[in-house]
Write a protein that binds this ligand. Structure first.
Ligand SMILES: NC(=O)C1=CN([C@@H]2O[C@H](COP(=O)(O)OP(=O)(O)OC[C@H]3O[C@@H](n4cnc5c(N)ncnc54)[C@H](O)[C@@H]3O)[C@@H](O)[C@H]2O)C=CC1
Ligand SMILES: O=C([O-])CC(=O)C(=O)O
Length: 314
């Protein structure tokens, strides 16, 4: 049988979805199907055609289509969910839970109808609870349903540290644990620059201020944009996760993973370090935490649990 190109579907053709589709196509990772509601079929077809017309310039041999018909997503290797509403200034991510939980259920049913063995990456906020909702609605095993928060949160942290130290972003490593909210837990003990512990390079005051800016990083962009939330960095994060799966890279990345006893938690999706490869979340990595770190993680998990209580079936 001839070898076929990979297929990635992106549900939601708004800011994050369209940007992700473009990045996946530009990196020649897969053919891309961009899906939106029937009301948005024209615009999403237009965006996809525009991206397709960029492929000769990029030298990228992939197809890009826009559609409102889920049968076009048939046999997707990976599906990225960005469908739903985004917050506006003055709102928290958790304010989106009711509307977006309904959207997760309906889009997930359509996704698994046409791609019963796919890997799903969830971006829609509140991301931890929405990943749980997709897991429940999909019936897929836990390794095939993955949420995005940590790659973005860590990228913000790395960008701020690199700017502060005037060094390459590539050399800054970090880890963010916990829910995708203002009480996320950047792990300073596991953060380093070119192998040198961060605490040797920056004062506690500067580290504290970078941690605070990282925690509120989503809100900083929401205030500046005025009518929506971040999309370039979120799309870059999603694209890195798609790449880890379709190329079986076995990257160690923080993702929103289903926990069954790891870190002392059960039946919850929350951000932890994982190995992400050709079989989705292949392993949750358990780090040793200090009492303070455990307590910060517990606060963050409590926030996720309080949002999960608002999901229709809980
Ligand atoms: N987890 C994370 O790190 C991040 C999460 N987000 C979240 O991602 C979501 C999307 O954000 P944006 O793309 O900026 O919003 P957007 O408003 O630009 O796009 C959302 C798109 O979803 C579509 N949509 C709505 N219901 C749908 C359905 N049933 N089926 C298919 N498409 C549907 C809309 O028509 C719209 O085109 C928001 O919930 C936002 O909070 C955004 C950035 C980072
Ligand atoms: O802040 C938001 O609403 C969007 C998001 O999750 C982020 O940019 O981290």
């Amino acid at each position: 049988m001839a070898i076929k190109r990979r297929k990635v579907s992106v549900i939601g053709g708004g800011f994050t979805g369209a940007t992700t589709a473009l990045m996946v196509a530009q990196k020649e990772l897969a053919d891309v199907v961009l899906v939106d509601i029937p009301d948005q079929e024209g615009p999403v077809q237009g965006k996809a055609l525009d991206m397709l017309e960029a492929t000769p310039v990029e030298g990228s041999d992939v197809n890009v289509v826009g559609t409102a018909d889920y049968s076009d997503t048939k046999d997707s290797d990976v599906v990225v969910i960005t469908a739903g509403i985004a917050r506006k200034p003055g709102m928290s991510r958790d304010d989106l839970v009711n509307t977006n939980a309904g959207i997760m259920k309906s889009v997930t049913e359509q996704i698994v109808k046409y791609s019963p063995d796919t890997y799903i990456i969830v971006l829609t906020n509140p991301a931890d609870a929405m990943t749980y909702a997709v897991y429940q609605a999909s019936g897929l095993p836990k390794n095939r349903v993955i949420g995005q928060s940590g790659v973005l949160d860590t990228a913000r942290f790395r960008a701020f540290v690199a700017q502060e130290l005037q060094v390459s972003v590539e050399d800054v490593q970090g880890f963010v644990l916990g829910g995708h909210g203002d009480d996320m837990v950047p792990l300073i003990r596991y953060s380093s620059v070119g192998g040198v512990p961060l605490t040797k390079l920056l004062s506690q005051d500067r580290i504290d201020s970078i941690v605070e800016r990282t925690r509120k990083g989503g809100g900083e962009i929401v205030s500046l944009l005025g009518n929506g939330s971040a999309y370039y960095a979120p799309a870059a994060a999603l694209t890195q996760m798609v790449e880890a799966i379709v190329k079986d890279k076995k990257r160690i990345l923080p993702t929103i993973a289903y926990l069954e006893g790891e870190y002392g938690y059960n039946d919850i999706y929350v951000g932890v370090p994982t190995i992400l490869g050709g079989d989705g979340i292949e392993k949750v990595i358990e780090l040793d935490l200090t009492e303070d770190e455990k307590s910060d993680l517990s606060t963050s998990v409590d926030s996720v649990k309080s949002v999960m209580k608002l999901l229709p079936q809980n």
